[in-house]
Design a protein. Structure first.
Length: 281
């Protein structure tokens, strides 16, 4: 089993240029007739951020649990931007994941390359789009008076990016293969994506839930969501001095273990269904 996985990984590495070509093609196709081009990668989530800031920050007062010092260093607006920008790339990747194999059906049946490269290209495209938003996030940090720490840049940011990539790749491998066999998966993902959005503390601090008057076991279940810890890591880069805005031990380990398990399960499912998928395509 280990030899087979290693040989497959080597084959994927040998065809890494194909992944790069697919990523560049997807980016060009997406923005080829757009005046603003790649700017839409940033404009859409920023527009949503302003809407959420008005609704959740000003009307619903979803800032409960945030330290006053954190509110002074960028405040709730920076808190939202730091969560929505990485979620935007992850959410769009999740919505496209079920069709990763179907979209490349003709290439899959004609090219002699490892089939894993097609889901990897989908994840790679969204990863590049996320990297393009980082300069905008830095502008918000400077304008809003936010701050960052060495630990945030050297620990939280690399960990968040790595775990999000691993979890996203596992999900894409799983969904892209299962959806070929059962097309209902694509519709189910739309519902799951919305549930994950509201269950991963994108619009509110997780400490609000942990301090709420709900049973302890329910708080534990809430923290077992791997995405909760991942997006809290993204925020911890800019709020690393505030323990309330960094992942709890449960959320942190859930992110690490959950991302690894998702990658293993996704790859195992992909290989298990590979021949059946080829027949369907």
């Amino acid at each position: 089993m280990e030899v087979a996985v290693a040989s497959r990984a080597l084959a994927v590495w040998e065809h890494r240029k194909v992944v790069g070509l697919l990523v560049r093609r997807d980016l060009k196709v997406k923005y080829q007739q757009s005046v603003l081009g790649y700017a839409w990668t940033m404009l859409e989530p920023l527009a949503l951020t302003m809407v959420y800031f008005f609704v959740f920050g000003m009307i619903l007062q979803a800032t409960r649990g945030m330290p006053e010092e954190a509110m002074a260093q960028g405040g709730f607006l920076l808190f939202l931007v730091a969560g929505i920008l990485p979620w935007n790339s992850f959410g769009s990747m999740l919505s496209e994941a079920p069709r990763a194999m179907i979209t490349h059906g003709k290439l899959i049946t004609t090219m002699k390359v490892p089939r894993e490269i097609f889901p990897m290209a989908t994840v790679g495209t969204k990863f590049i789009e996320y990297l393009l938003t980082l300069p905008v996030l830095l502008v918000f940090v400077v304008v809003l008076g936010g701050s960052f720490s060495v630990m945030g840049l050297l620990v939280w940011l690399p960990a968040a990016v790595l775990l999000q990539f691993a979890f996203g790749l596992g999900m894409t491998l799983f969904l892209s293969s299962v959806n070929v066999m059962f097309r209902d998966v694509e519709r189910m993902v739309r519902i799951i994506t919305r549930l994950l959005f509201y269950g991963s503390a994108i619009l509110y601090p997780a400490v609000m839930v942990l301090q709420a008057g709900i049973p302890g076991w329910l708080k534990t279940v809430y923290q077992l969501n791997p995405l909760l810890g991942i997006f809290e890591m993204h925020r911890a880069v800019w709020f690393a001095d505030f323990a309330e805005l960094t992942p709890t031990a449960i959320a942190l380990w859930s992110s690490v273990v959950g991302s690894f398990l998702m990658l293993v399960i996704g790859y195992w499912t992909f290989r298990r269904l590979e021949m059946s998928v080829l027949k369907e395509l």
